[in-house]
Design a protein around this ligand. Structure first.
Ligand code: UD1
Length: 422
């Protein structure tokens, strides 16, 4: 298993080009299943999760080709509607093929994703909405077996999500796009990645109103067609590199991104004492003193994103005072706390709340990446720490950050990938 060896005491400074968003690329790839004619997707990040989804789609007999950051998909040759456990278990977002398969072909068999490190993460909202559209859903032997109602087509419905769910909203709008009649959804997720998916569906011929709001109306159409589309920039990757500047009194310029995608994060960076400047497609964070403490509570968009919680916590660890961090989205998303403590952080956790007393510096230690986003907080903390840190289980980081070593090196981080078995 690969590890990162990081020589610390770096000042994170320089320019980095941001990739397409993993969390947008995955639903957009799944949406390609809906199109009768070939689709082309640009700005697709080269990541383990993207490879997994491509493998899953290819396993259905669909022709899918990736060349650099472009993916072309032709569904003409599809011969099964099956998503096996061995792929789904490695990536929960695989469940996103359920809506498109069910809507277009009237049937699907998709392994139920298991729990994951950050919580149990059920998919009941996805399934309830499909049932409201007339689908017959059975969960058997760890698989969701879904069948459209008589006639082979889902039926538009009125549905209100019990909680804001990104994946649930995405799955259901994809299904509703090809349903018979109109679907009115309440309490939809408003994340930029949901907006990106809705925009691509519209480019494929879907009729959707209320995009970017909690209430979306989808008038089902008979067929959708391939389109050419480009994945939105990764706001979490952007925020993660900018966070490095705040941890090391640095200066980071992120390019090919947009300040509109991460306003709540930029506001917190400013509250911590950073100077944030931006243009249409760039953001720069500069700071030349210890960060100030802040209070954060994660919320669905446009609140503070849970995927930036670990990175913000790592900055708070070095702040001049005490910060409070409340995690509202996932029940078990403080696993990075013991790892940050190994680097010298002073954090106390009580349920969903972490109290972080700032310390002057991190000191190097061997640490273990615990989940995708948390792993980036540890990399940045190790870059800031005094001494040499070894980070284990970095496969988490490869799932979500494209070309991470080169990007970090360009920002002045001394990082080396090692494989103890080689
Ligand atoms: C997506 C993102 C993930 C991010 C999360 C929250 C992708 C591939 N992943 O995950 O990076 O951390 O949004 O912004 O886009 N829930 C239920 N029942 C459901 C669905 C969700 O109880 O049917 C709960 C979850 O357990 C969680 C909360 O709702 O507590 C939010 O989950 P959701 O927004 O669905 O997250 P994902 O789409 O899985």
């Amino acid at each position: 298993m690969d590890q990162f060896l990081i020589k610390g005491s770096s000042r994170i400074a320089g320019e980095v080009t941001i990739s397409g968003a993993k969390n947008a690329a995955l639903p957009l790839l799944a949406a390609m299943i809906l199109a009768k004619t070939p689709s082309t997707l640009h700005n697709v990040p080269l990541l383990q999760d993207v490879r997994t989804l491509i493998k899953l789609i290819a396993g259905m007999g669909i022709v899918i080709k990736k060349d650099q950051s472009t993916v072309i998909c032709d569904t003409k040759t599809i011969d099964n509607f099956y998503a096996p456990y061995d792929l789904v278990k490695t990536m929960r977002a695989s469940i996103l093929v359920l809506g498109p398969l069910l809507a277009r072909f009237g049937e699907a068999e998709v392994s139920l994703p298991g729990g994951c490190a950050i919580g149990s993460r059920p998919v009941d909202q996805h399934l309830k909405a499909f049932e409201a559209m007339g689908a017959i859903i059975k969960v058997e032997n760890g698989y969701v077996k879904a069948q459209a109602p008589k006639g082979g087509r889902l039926i538009g419905c009125d549905y209100s999500f019990d909680m804001v769910t990104v994946g649930g909203t995405e799955n259901v709008i994809m299904a509703a796009a090809l349903a018979k009649g109109t679907t009115r959804l309440e309490n939809c997720a408003r994340e930029p990645e949901v907006v990106d998916l809705a925009n691509m569906l519209v480019a494929m011929g879907a009729k959707i109103s209320g995009i970017g709001t909690a209430n979306m109306t989808i008038e089902g159409v008979d067929e959708l067609y391939g389109c050419e589309y480009s994945v939105v920039a990764d706001r979490i990757e952007t925020g993660s590199y900018l966070a490095g500047a705040l941890m090391t009194q640095g200066d980071v310029l992120t390019k090919s991104t947009s300040p509109l995608l991460l306003r709540p994060v930029l506001k917190k960076f400013e509250a911590m004492g950073a100077t944030i400047s931006s243009g249409d497609d760039w953001i720069r964070a500069q700071i030349n003193k210890r960060p100030q403490p802040v209070d954060i509570r994660t919320q669905p968009h446009p609140g503070f994103p849970t995927d930036m919680q670990a990175q913000l916590m790592a900055i708070c660890c070095l702040a001049d005072g005490t910060s409070t961090i409340i995690e509202n989205i996932f029940e078990n998303r403080f696993m990075h706390v013991p790892e940050l403590k190994r680097l010298g952080a002073n954090i106390k956790v009580d349920g969903h709340t972490a109290i972080v007393k700032g310390v002057e510096k991190f000191t190097a230690a061997p640490v273990m990446a615990t989940d995708l986003r948390a792993s980036m907080s540890l990399v940045m903390a190790a870059a800031a720490a005094e001494g040499e840190s070894l980070i284990d289980r970095i496969y988490h980081i490869d799932r979500g950050y494209e070309d991470v070593e080169n990007k970090l090196r360009a920002l002045g981080v001394h990082i080396e990938r090692i494989n103890p078995k080689k």
